[in-house]
Design a protein around this ligand. Structure first.
Ligand code: PMP
Length: 427
């Protein structure tokens, strides 16, 4: 490691707490589309996309232009004090596009966790009930309510004391891992009989594709049956699309892949193309439940981030990023299948919806080895999953084909080192 980076690591250790775990030992200097450069001038192909934030790439020219124009007008008024039109027009554009039954309304916040918190507030206010059902291995954020909702203890909830009450975890259906749709539905019914009566439940909150949990795609019949349970008991269905939204899966929202409709959808990350903005879209009647003053936040729907979000929607549509997500995803899956064929048992599963693609390995160590090899060779990738044994891909959908293939090449070499290691081990 360069002396500049080691000196910064030393200062980081002195100045910032270890609780903010940091993956890279090097420091960002600048970035453009799918490339990140460190302070030494080394380039990295970015298949992490700032954790699903950069579907439109780093510094998309249209995003930068929109933000620059907004910077020259005003940067902050607090929407609840002095409103601005761009917030309304962004809500209108999302209302037109979101897969919500009937008339929709949208409110904006800053982070994914905040969007989820507010969806829960809206659902509680509308139903007059308190219970929230989420799923094992789901991730919803690091605030107290969203920590409670997250279905993974370490590192998210461990040592942080008592979680807010009223949150219960059902099983997320993963038929190939032995959790059938029937078993997952039964786990919700068990909650109704053992933990909280169905008529006290405000909402079931579900990621249509589990993000941190390992890129498991929800089966259509499960969604349909959850919707039927919700309708029978007057419960709202909330889709958390913070990670799966904005063209990643080949549609604007992952829920667009299904006939089933959610009452509320949370969004964040790639909505802002690198600027902090999140939102909740939902059925108008439900969205209007909280009283004036019940929703909002000082920075909620910042004019800078709203300008960026408008540009993001323009870019997704003008550059056909949903189609591009499908093309890139299909190429990656073909490549992963070839890697699987060449590496035998090491690859245990390949999952994909559009460009929300993951490859599962036998162990977390193997995933880490590939990740480290990739990093040493100029490719940034992330892991996820209950056991950390899944590599996920969140490259910008704007990545040039040639650079994408360079990334795939490095990935393939990373897997090849595993095979060499395994051969040496057994020799
Ligand atoms: N929900 C989901 C599905 C997520 O993937 C995340 C972030 N990984 C969050 C909520 C929380 O978002 P944020 O980190 O912006 O609070």
């Amino acid at each position: 490691m360069s002396t500049q980076h080691s000196a910064l690591n030393e200062r980081k250790q002195q100045a910032t707490p270890r609780g903010v775990g940091v993956m890279c030992q090097w420091y960002a200097e600048r970035a453009e589309n799918a490339t990140l450069w460190d302070k030494e001038g080394n380039a990295y192909i970015d298949f992490a996309g700032g954790i699903a934030v950069l579907n439109t790439g780093h510094r998309h020219p249209k995003v930068i232009e929109a933000v620059t124009e907004q910077l020259s007008k005003f940067t902050h008024t607090a929407y609840q004090v002095v409103p601005y039109e761009s917030y309304i027009s962004l809500a209108e554009r999302i209302n037109e596009r979101a897969p919500i039954a009937g008339a929709a309304k949208t409110s904006f916040f800053s982070t994914g966790a905040e969007a989820v918190e507010n969806a829960v507030k809206i659902a509680r206010s509308y139903t007059g009930r308190h219970g929230i059902i989420t799923f094992g291995n789901g991730f919803h954020g690091r605030s107290f309510m969203t920590m409670a909702m997250t279905g993974k203890t370490a590192p998210y909830k461990r040592d942080f004391g008592v979680m807010p009450a009223g949150v219960f975890h059902a099983r997320y259906p993963v038929p190939e891992k032995g959790i059938s749709v029937d078993a997952a539905i039964a786990s919700i019914e068990d909650i109704f009989s053992e933990d909280i009566a169905a008529h006290d439940v405000a909402a079931i909150v579900l990621e249509p594709v589990q993000g941190e949990g390992g890129f498991h795609v929800v089966p259509a019949d499960f969604l349909k049956r959850v919707r039927a349970l919700c309708d029978r008991h007057g419960i709202l269905l909330i889709a958390d699309e913070v990670q799966s939204g904005f063209a990643r899966t080949g549609k604007l929202f992952a829920m667009n892949h299904y006939d089933t409709k959610a009452d509320l959808i949370t969004m964040a990350k790639s909505l802002g193309g690198g600027f902090p903005i999140s939102g909740v879209v939902g059925r108008s009647e439900v969205m209007d439940a909280p009283n004036p003053g019940g929703l909002g936040g000082t920075y909620a729907g910042s004019p800078i981030a709203v300008a960026a979000a408008h540009a993001v929607i323009d870019v997704i549509e003008s550059e056909n990023l949903c189609e591009r997500a499908n093309e890139l995803g299909a190429e990656l899956v073909a490549h992963l299948n070839a890697i699987k064929a060449a590496n035998g048992d090491i690859v245990t599963d390949i999952r994909a919806l559009g460009s929300m693609v993951a490859v599962e390995l036998e162990t977390a160590e193997q995933a880490k080895t590939v990740q480290n090899f990739a990093m040493d060779n100029g490719l940034l990738i992330l892991t996820c999953g209950k056991y950390g044994n899944v590599i996920r891909f969140l490259y910008p959908l704007t990545i040039p084909s040639e650079q994408f293939r360079q990334g795939l090449e490095i990935l393939q070499q990373g897997f090849a080192t595993l095979k060499v290691n395994a051969a040496e081990h057994s020799a």
